[in-house]
Ligand binder design. Structure first.
Ligand SMILES: [Zn+2]
Length: 454
């Protein structure tokens, strides 16, 4: 194995966009037939509902006539299968039961967990996607990885350990169940090169290391930090904190049990994550409200829809998970060839101002561009719950420099206004507030504040 090569799977990862399209289309055709033949649900609720058979699908537009699937629907199918067959696998699972060798799951924090059924083939595909991401970031066999995520059947748990091992990495699956002290003790004991954790746990480790082990997190020797579950590298202040706190390179990455995988590169300013799994996942964008397709062009924003291709167990077809993303099609300066994306948040968060869709997290991204002159913290102040907002859009933004002059404040406000108008096509009414005056929450802080008197 040539350790110097840039890509894990050179042949596929460097395919031209045209060749990738051909490969995707051929795989999609096969997958549609397979799904039709093997899943009652797909046959009845998707193909027949659209009045189509796989043979009728000759163009990508034909394919887009298949109705979308949602997470709620996924839960309903599991429940219906339970009623009809006594188990949840009867409707969407396409492979014979004896070929299913693993069940993954989402964490199920809001409602019944949704299940992913995998065959040996699917696990190979999934592991390959993990290899592609870590290989590009510079990891090689022999590196030691401290996996400080919830160690469970959830996708960042045992399935991720499996993926890391398949690349030849040495995994220390320490988990987080034993507490912070245990993670730090194992970091001292096992000498990891790499840490995988949520960025908020990363911050906590930096803070706690001197108290708990009498050393700075920097002294642990970690050279790569992979943010899981939440964005880290995409938020300049957080990236800097992690970078300096560990003395490590910081990467965002995504893609657990399903087909949509991405990894960030080292380009500055942050250009989003590269979409590394196009040969096993067809990506579409739709309007979160109308569900109409949105063309994938540079800067396009919308709800992500994906279709598994080359999968056997429970291949999802036009699955709309409710995640909002922005796509970038212009080549990245890092030289990795494929399109990139930023995760903007959940579809439920979207606001509409004079017909323009606004994603609060996209607004946060724009405000963060002016760090340290802003702290990056903001609140959108709404008179009533969205998505419809009566203009102008009221935004409170923290300036970053404590003793800022009135003149500099005025300049900052104008610059922010113009930047927001330019990037998001929305005219904001900005109120600048002093640093750290907006409340912070320990979990995810909401960017929206409801005020009945505005
Ligand atoms: Zn790049």
């Amino acid at each position: 194995m040539n350790k110097d090569r840039r890509f894990w799977n050179e042949a596929v990862e460097t395919l031209s966009p045209q060749k990738m399209k051909v490969l995707q289309w051929n795989r999609l055709k096969g997958q549609l037939q397979y799904n039709f033949d093997n899943s009652v649900y797909y046959r009845e609720k998707k193909f027949q509902k659209a009045g189509l058979t796989p043979d009728d699908i000759q163009t990508f537009e034909d394919f887009q006539k298949i109705p979308l699937m949602t997470k709620d629907e996924h839960r309903q199918i599991q429940a219906e299968s339970m009623r009809r067959f006594g188990h949840p696998y009867g409707l969407i699972t396409c492979a014979p039961r004896e070929k299913i060798i693993r069940i993954n799951s989402t964490s199920g924090t809001t409602g019944q967990p949704t299940l992913y059924t995998l065959t040996e083939n699917d696990i190979k595909v999934l592991n390959e996607m993990h290899c592609r991401k870590y290989w590009r970031s510079g990891l090689r066999p022999g590196h030691i990885v401290l996996q400080a995520l919830s160690l469970s059947m959830f996708t960042g748990g045992l399935p991720l350990s499996d993926g890391l091992q398949s690349m030849g990495l040495c995994v220390v699956p320490v988990g987080i169940e034993g507490g912070t002290r245990r993670v730090l003790d194992f970091a001292l004991l096992t000498k990891p090169d790499v840490l995988i954790a949520t960025p908020s746990f990363g911050e906590y480790l930096i803070e706690q290391a001197p108290k708990l082990i009498g050393k700075d997190a920097r002294e642990l020797g970690i050279r790569w930090f992979f943010c899981a579950g939440e964005p880290g590298a995409g938020i300049p202040s957080l990236k800097k904190k992690l970078q300096e706190g560990f003395g490590a390179k910081i990467f965002d990455h995504t893609g657990g049990g399903h087909a949509f995988h991405g990894i960030s590169c080292e380009t500055e300013p942050y250009p989003g994550m590269h979409f590394v799994s196009a040969d096993h996942c067809i990506l579409e964008l739709v309007d979160p409200q109308t569900k109409d397709p949105i063309e994938i062009t540079d800067g396009a924003m919308g709800e992500m829809v994906f279709t598994f291709i080359g999968w056997e167990g429970g291949p999802f077809m036009r699955y709309a998970l409710g995640d909002l993303i922005q796509i970038f099609t212009e080549p990245c300066t890092c030289g990795w060839p494929e399109i990139r994306f930023k995760i903007l948040g959940r579809a439920d968060d979207m606001l509409i101002i004079k017909g323009v869709n606004l994603y609060p997290s996209a607004l946060k991204g724009v405000v963060s561009e002016l760090e340290p002159r802003t702290t990056g913290a903001l609140r959108i102040v709404l008179a009533k719950p969205g998505p419809l907002v009566k203009p102008p859009l009221k935004v409170r933004i923290e300036y970053g420099i404590k003793d800022i002059s009135a003149e500099d404040k005025h300049i900052l406000k104008t610059e922010l206004s113009e930047l927001i108008k330019d990037r998001l096509r929305v005219n904001p009414d900005i109120e600048l507030v002093s640093p750290f005056s907006l409340p912070r929450e320990s979990g995810k802080t909401s960017l929206i504040e409801l005020k009945s008197n505005v």
